[in-house]
Design a protein around this ligand. Structure first.
Ligand SMILES: Nc1ncnc2c1ncn2[C@@H]1O[C@H](COP(=O)(O)OP(=O)(O)OP(=O)(O)O)[C@@H](O)[C@H]1O
Length: 306
């Protein structure tokens, strides 16, 4: 079915088609195809240097792709940004101005065609009590929340957040995600990048894993766990080699950990039956792969001792 936007638009909120962005020899974004429908909350997950910020820069029209195309709401990114349809919170080290929080958010709001009321933006960002405080005298976490208010204030259809919780303590982090959820529930589209798998799992409808500029997985947390090999089966090694286990049904990878063998498998039932036939079930343990396991398997195949 063709996705429809909140005002009945067809198509995608975000569309990357074979997008490439290079820095010299580095292909920071290397042929990305990605469609994000209206109202989806998507996490962009990747290690340091995977290409998340570069992808976000392309999406916001901060720079042009060297090849391929990027569209927002069916138009060039810059056009959608200028029309006030996008709010962004970037990793930004610019010095903060010497005005109050209320003045700053109010000023930015005044530049949008249909901003949300100032009090609403401050409340959603959890900084209603900071309205009269000077921005340059706030803590790092408070400034981060001011940035969130600035991203929200134009009441954008798409919210783009680059590692939004990096400077926040646990309590502020939870409050932040609650606000983001409230916003997303109103039918808005949200794209956020993060290193925190738990955040991606808890707050996104869909997780896109990027590695060396390429999308290596795209789906729900459950689908990612399955894509990486759904279960882990552990047994005592009992003098056997890793090679004895690799051909067993369902097995994707074999890891030796001291006296234990750990098998990543797509079909743990078939693997366990085969282990039983081999007489190798001493210390048998079957556990679902965690999202961390899936992430490591998807982004660093060289670490696996297959
Ligand atoms: N302005 C630049 N000049 C040269 N190389 C760059 C530039 N910006 C990014 N890169 C390189 O492009 C690759 C992708 O970087 P990017 O910042 O997009 O990754 P990231 O996933 O956002 O990383 P992090 O999680 O550390 O913020 C890296 O190899 C990085 O060194």
């Amino acid at each position: 079915m063709t996705p429809r936007g909140p005002r009945g638009q067809r198509g995608s909120a975000v569309s990357f088609t074979g997008a490439v962005r290079t820095y010299g020899a580095v292909r920071a974004v290397d042929g990305v195809d990605l469609e994000i429908g209206y109202g989806e909350t998507v996490a962009l997950l990747g290690r340091n240097g995977a290409g998340k910020s570069t992808a976000i820069g392309l999406l916001l029209g901060l720079y042009e792709p060297d090849a391929g195309a990027v569209e927002l709401f069916g138009a060039a990114p810059g056009q959608s940004v200028r029309a006030g349809r996008v709010g962004a919170m970037l990793q930004d080290a610019r010095p903060v101005p010497r005005v109050t929080v209320g003045e700053l958010v109010g000023f930015v709001a005044s530049r949008y065609p249909a901003p949300m009321p100032l009090a609403r933006a401050l409340e959603l960002a959890g900084i209603a009590d900071l309205a009269g405080r000077r921005v340059d005298r706030l803590s790092g976490g408070q400034v981060q929340r001011v940035r969130f208010a600035l991203a929200l204030t134009g009441d954008p259809a798409l919210l783009v957040l680059d590692e939004p919780t990096a400077a926040l303590d646990v309590e502020a982090r939870q409050a932040f995600w609650e606000s983001m959820r409230t916003y997303a529930r109103r039918g808005h589209t949200v794209l956020f990048s993060t290193h925190y798998l738990q955040e991606a799992d808890a707050y996104a409808d869909r997780i896109v894993v990027i590695d060396r500029g390429r999308i290596v997985a795209d789906g729900t947390a459950e689908e990612l766990r399955r894509a990486a090999g759904g279960n882990l089966v552990g047994v005592d090694r009992a003098g056997r080699d890793a090679d004895d286990f690799a051909p067993l049904p369902g097995v994707r990878s074999v890891e030796v950990r001291g006296d234990r063998i750990r098998l990543r498998t797509d079909d743990s039932d078939a693997t366990v039956v085969a282990l039983a036939e081999l007489g190798a079930i001493r210390g048998l343990e079957v556990t679902p792969a965690s999202l961390d396991d899936a992430f490591l398997a998807l982004t660093s195949p060289s670490l696996e001792a297959v």
